[in-house]
Design a protein. Structure first.
Length: 129
């Protein structure tokens, strides 16, 4: 913990947070746990695209952080298991106190998701098809 972040927080970031935008979405919903949010609501609050907000919400729902209610547009509410909530709250505190360290930790995560995206644009040789 020489850098100020516990191993538990580092593991949480590695497993659940791949961008500052994603962290901001999680923290927004956490701060207003009793409220239901649509992708449009999140996009307006955080000044991100509705598509990105929808992707973040769907991802957090799939990972067990959010419940979802079908309406004209899906509505999400922060309601993770106690263990995830505790870690998310600890991360929120760290982000408030050590914002740069948390951001650096997010950017130090393995770049597998970027490599996967880049691999989608690799050209196949004719004999590979």
């Amino acid at each position: 913990m020489a850098d100020g972040l516990s191993d538990e927080i580092k593991a949480f970031i590695a497993n659940y947070i791949s961008s500052v935008e994603q962290l901001e979405v999680l923290l927004l919903l956490q701060r207003s746990a009793g409220r239901e949010w649509s992708a449009i609501d999140v996009s307006r609050e955080l000044y991100i695209s509705p598509e990105s907000a929808a992707n973040r919400l769907a991802d957090f729902h799939a990972r067990g952080f959010l419940t979802m209610r079908e309406a004209s547009a899906p509505l999400y509410r922060y309601q993770p298991p106690v263990s995830l909530d505790r870690l998310a709250r600890d991360l929120a505190t760290e982000y408030e106190l050590r914002r740069v360290r948390v951001i650096n930790q997010i950017f130090s995560n393995p770049l597998d998701h970027i490599r996967t995206f880049a691999d989608a644009f690799k050209f196949k040789r004719d004999d590979e098809e």
